[in-house]
Design a protein around this ligand. Structure first.
Ligand code: ADP
Length: 308
């Protein structure tokens, strides 16, 4: 089982020639409404891959008692995600993300967390069976930190792997306790810069950053550099994996699809270097389509890209 514990949002995405500067209004070409939130995206992408591999994907989190919540649930069901641990919270609305995407595929995002921000240890207790069955736990930083740490603790106790996507880039240092519970941390360029002070723009600088992440306590680190590729580091072993050549049109959720691909591969028992290759293929495919969860590839598409 791959379990994602995190945020569920409805994304309102507008396309525009260029993103507005502070104080500026730009006219968008149009907009779309779809499933988002890093927890939901990673669960959906894992759900789309899982069936073909004989695995299951589940999501633990919260939505509000509102129309966006129902929409999020319906969308997640389409990906085959087990939603038995997705709670409806009477006290807050479903999370919403306002997303601008320019014609180069660059994005700017603001998130109103809503019900996501009320997640706590009780969500873990209520879904104890799922947490204990998880071969891989997918975590991100769009829910309260205490809940993230408690979930990591729970899954480590039962022998599952903890994969932390430190996104969005944390405003404060991560708790020391959390570092020691992480099996794989997967920052992008911005997050790597925030966490290590190193700007990863080459395999060498990415390796230097990855080593710093391991010194903090993570067992392995994967530094994601968009079209520049990925550096992975597992103890003294490490390596660079170039990005798959694709025509990128929208980078939203590339990182989420990357982490979903990583998680299902690790749940299959693949070695980290192998799993990173699958993940990079998933991330690359996600950039060829617009939308968040909707951009997630099927296993057939991943195999196809990897064999080219
Ligand atoms: P995030 O989406 O978290 O900001 P990245 O932009 O690094 O992270 O994207 C995640 C992964 O998706 C990358 O590490 C890479 O594997 C893949 N990816 C992203 N952009 C491209 C691209 N233009 N071409 C090929 N692969 C890409």
């Amino acid at each position: 089982l791959v379990l994602s514990f995190g945020s569920v949002n409805i994304d309102v995405t507008a396309k525009m020639a260029r993103l507005p500067r502070p104080g500026e209004t730009v006219l968008a070409d149009g907009y779309a409404i779809g499933l988002g939130g890093k927890g939901g995206n990673q669960a959906a992408a894992a759900g789309r891959l899982a069936g073909a591999l004989g695995l299951r994907a589940a999501l633990a989190g919260r939505i509000g008692n509102d129309a966006f919540g129902q929409q999020a649930r319906r969308e997640l069901e389409r990906f085959g995600v087990d939603l038995s641990a997705l709670r409806e919270d009477e006290g807050a609305p479903t999370g919403v993300a306002l997303i601008g995407v320019d014609h180069n595929g660059e994005n700017a995002i603001s998130v109103a967390g809503g019900a996501n921000m009320r997640i706590d240890a009780s969500d873990i207790d209520l879904a104890a069976a799922l947490f204990d069955a998880a071969a891989v736990l997918l975590l991100q930083l769009e829910i309260p930190m205490d809940a993230v740490v408690a979930a990591a603790e729970r899954v480590r106790r039962t022998g599952g792997l903890v994969v932390l996507d430190p996104a969005p880039a944390p405003a404060h240092e991560l708790p020391e306790r959390l570092w020691t519970l992480i099996d794989v941390v997967t920052p992008n360029e911005t997050e790597t810069q925030v966490l290590t002070g190193v700007t990863p723009d080459s395999p060498e600088s990415a390796q230097q950053a990855a080593r710093t992440l391991l010194e903090r306590g993570a067992r392995a680190a994967i530094v994601k550099m968009g079209a520049r590729g990925v550096w992975w580091q597992d103890g003294n072993a490490g390596g660079f994996i170039p990005a798959f050549p694709v025509v990128a049109i929208d980078s939203v959720a590339a990182g989420d699809c990357f982490n979903a691909g990583l998680a299902v591969s690790l749940a299959q028992g693949r070695a980290l270097a192998d799993a990173v290759r699958v993940a990079a293929a998933c991330g690359a495919l996600a950039t060829t389509r617009s939308g968040a969860a909707d951009a997630a590839p099927t296993w057939g598409e991943v195999e196809d890209l990897m064999s080219r």
